[in-house]
Every structure is written in structure tokens, then in C-alpha cells.
Design a protein around this ligand. Structure first.
Ligand SMILES: C[S@@+](CC[C@H](N)C(=O)[O-])C[C@H]1O[C@@H](n2cnc3c(N)ncnc32)[C@H](O)[C@@H]1O
Length: 241
């Protein structure tokens, strides 16, 4: 995935979408340090750091981190190699963190409920300073789009690229399948597993971690979340000391 990640034609890679996300994150950081869960190649971490927010990341993929390091400013982003459900950044050297965030549906890469609960406890609550913020960019599961008797929703179609999500409505597992024809005519196929949840489930899962909901937006525009929203950004906070 690392090899072609930054070549994506997805809307999340557009300059205006990145700028909007970074604006909100910089404001939520309030002059403090930020920790990105699943920092990847730095799509958000690099412009956020250029805005003057010190950013540290947790990331298990050395290939993604190599891409991050190759970007201008990439050396300034400290990375703890590991799984953000369990890994601990060094709070003395890299923190304390006023902002902890996963963007781009990264939280859903944790494919079990236990791992997601552990993430809220370890990644968010244990890393956040009192009063710190924890926004999450997540999708609303597209179950209403599934035709009766089927389990698959296409979300990108041609030319040269097709993608769909296959849902298991019993286990809440889902798999994104991407098929692409690259310029020499060969094809590539990738699958990305994730676990989906309705917004109410993380509301409950974050409570034992002591996090409370401040806002729930439709996205980084901060428009209100409604029944028509296809994504959501809940912003939680650790109570002030
Ligand atoms: C969709 S990409 C997002 C990358 C980057 N945050 C961005 O917005 O472009 C998800 C990233 O999370 C990382 N990731 C997936 N599962 C993870 C886990 N359990 N712990 C830490 N990082 C993880 C992947 O390696 C990948 O870099």
C-alpha cells in the first residue's frame, strides 16, 4: 500500500480537503503537541507540523514511515513503531499531548471490538493531557445502500479503477476491495479489512476511558451531524484536572 498511497485520486487527498482538516486540528491542538494514530506517509502530519504544531506519530508499517521520512520535513515527525491499540509514545520526550487523533477511517483498521476499546484507553486517554482533545474521522456504515439479499456496496467505478466494500452484518467486519489497471496494462488488487460501528457504539466504548463527547460534526467543515451524514467527526475530551 505504501508504494502507491500518495497517488490516490480519493477526495481526501485534495489540497482543499487537507487544508480544512489541518485548520481544525491546529485549532483543537490549542498551541500544544499532537499525536497522530496511524501517521502513514504524513498526508496530515506534515502540513500540520508546517502550521507550527509539533506532531508525533504511531505507525506499524516501516514502508509507510520510509515514505514519510522521504518527504520534506519528514524527519521532524517522531514515530513510535507499533500498534496504536497498545503502543505507548514516550510522554516525557514526545508529549504531553493536547491532541490525539486518527483520521481517514484509520480507527476502523482495528478489526476487533476489544482492540478498539484498548485504543480509546491506551492511545487516547493515556496519552492525552487533562483537557486534551480526541477527534476521530470515521464513516457512517453504508448499510442502507446494500440491496436486499446482497452484501456489497461499490464506491468507485472506472476508468481503470473499481472499488467496493463487502459487509458482514453479523460480525461488523467489512472488507474494501480495490482493483486497478496500472499504465502498462497490468492489474493490481488490494483488500483492506476493517470493523464498522454506528456512532453510538464508540460513545459507549469511550466512557470507561473517561472521555466525554464535546461535539459531533458531519466532517471537518464542522457542519452538524444529521441522518443524511455519510461520515462523522466526534470530538471527545479528557476532563481538565
Ligand atoms: C488509511 S491510512 C491513513 C494514513 C494517514 N493517517 C493519512 O491520513 O493519510 C491508515 C494508516 O494506519 C496504519 N495502521 C493501521 N492499523 C494500525 C494500527 N493498529 N496501529 C497503528 N497504525 C495502524 C496503516 O499502516 C496506515 O499507515
Amino acid at each position: 500500500m505504501a508504494e502507491r498511497y500518495d497517488e490516490s485520486s480519493g477526495p481526501e487527498f485534495r489540497a482543499d480537503a487537507i487544508a480544512r482538516t489541518v485548520d481544525v486540528l491546529a485549532e483543537l491542538a490549542g498551541g500544544g503537541k499532537a499525536l497522530e494514530l496511524g501517521v502513514g506517509t504524513g498526508r496530515i502530519a506534515l502540513p500540520l507540523a508546517r502550521r507550527g504544531v509539533p506532531v508525533h506519530g504511531i505507525e506499524p508499517s516501516r514502508a509507510m514511515v520510509r515514505r514519510l521520512r522521504a518527504e520534506p520535513g519528514g524527519e521532524s515527525i517522531g514515530v513510535t513503531l507499533g500498534d496504536f491499540a497498545t503502543a505507548q509514545a514516550d510522554l516525557t520526550a514526545d508529549g504531553p499531548f493536547a491532541l490525539v487523533f486518527p483520521v481517514f477511517r484509520t480507527l476502523m483498521n482495528l478489526t476487533g471490538q476489544e482492540a478498539q476499546v484498548a485504543c480509546f484507553r491506551t492511545a487516547a486517554a493515556a496519552h492525552l493531557a487533562p483537557g486534551g482533545r480526541f477527534p476521530v474521522e470515521a464513516m457512517v456504515p453504508e448499510l442502507r445502500k446494500i440491496p436486499a439479499g446482497q452484501n456489497t456496496v461499490p464506491f468507485r467505478t472506472g476508468p481503470g479503477e473499481w472499488a467496493c466494500t463487502a459487509y458482514d452484518t453479523v460480525t461488523q467486519d467489512a472488507t474494501c476491495h480495490y482493483l486497478q489497471v496500472i499504465p502498462d496494462g497490468r492489474g493490481t488488487a488490494r483488500t483492506v479489512p476493517f470493523r464498522y460501528a454506528w456512532p453510538a457504539e464508540p460513545d459507549l466504548m469511550t466512557r470507561p476511558a473517561g472521555l466525554r463527547l464535546r461535539d459531533r460534526w458531519d466532517g471537518w467543515t464542522r457542519a452538524p451531524f444529521t441522518e443524511h451524514s455519510t461520515q462523522h467527526v466526534p470530538v471527545r475530551e479528557k476532563p481538565p484536572a
